[in-house]
Design a protein around this ligand. Structure first.
Ligand SMILES: CC(C)(COP(=O)(O)OP(=O)(O)OC[C@H]1O[C@@H](n2cnc3c(N)ncnc32)[C@H](O)[C@@H]1OP(=O)(O)O)[C@@H](O)C(=O)NCCC(=O)NCCS
Length: 146
């Protein structure tokens, strides 16, 4: 698979919003403070997806991970997550919530954690407190990103 690079985009970016809406992922909070979004770009300069990080008092919520339909299943999602996590300061806990991709993230080193064991700032994010269904699986990265 070819190399990917990441480029910062604003939460108001229309392509980001459209990708999230079509993947049924939350958009209500994308313009709130503390979120950083990235366009994932292939070596031929095509956008292949998006992902975001949300600062949670020293920890990070990995969010809004989406590969464009038609490009899934080729390793781009895994490579995109690795590229994003390479930007996270060592020592930060990395958490996420997902309704349908827990086995994808498990392969990348995330394990399920119970809500009662989460740092307060992670639990207080809009994703976890209101936007994601209570049935969403919450996960934490347990090995350093490669
Ligand atoms: C989840 C997503 C980002 C994965 O991207 P991708 O480019 O298809 O992932 P990869 O090709 O790197 O997949 C790696 C492996 O995970 C598996 N996988 C991919 N998506 C999966 C999912 N939703 N659930 C379970 N396994 C999944 C793949 O089958 C592949 O396994 P294989 O190597 O045995 O074939 C993509 O399916 C997507 O955009 N989904 C919609 C948005 C979403 O659900 N995002 C996650 C919540 S934040």
């Amino acid at each position: 698979m070819s190399a990917l690079r990441i480029e910062r985009v604003d939460g108001s970016d229309l392509d980001l919003r459209q990708a999230l809406v079509s993947a049924d992922l939350p958009t209500d909070d994308v313009e709130d403070e503390g979120r950083t979004f990235f366009r994932i770009v292939s070596d031929d300069s095509q956008a292949v997806g998006f992902a975001g990080l949300e600062a949670c008092d020293g920890d990070q919520l990995l969010r809004s991970v989406v590969v464009l339909p038609g490009l899934r299943g080729k390793g781009l999602g895994s490579a995109a997550v690795s590229a994003i996590l390479a930007n996270v300061e060592p020592g930060s806990g990395i958490f996420l919530a997902t309704t349908n991709a827990s086995s994808f993230f498990a392969r990348l080193g995330f394990i399920q954690v119970q809500r009662e064991n989460l740092p307060a700032a992670v639990l207080a994010t809009r994703q976890l407190s209101s936007l994601c269904p209570s049935s969403a699986t919450i996960m934490k990265l347990i090995r350093p990103p490669t």
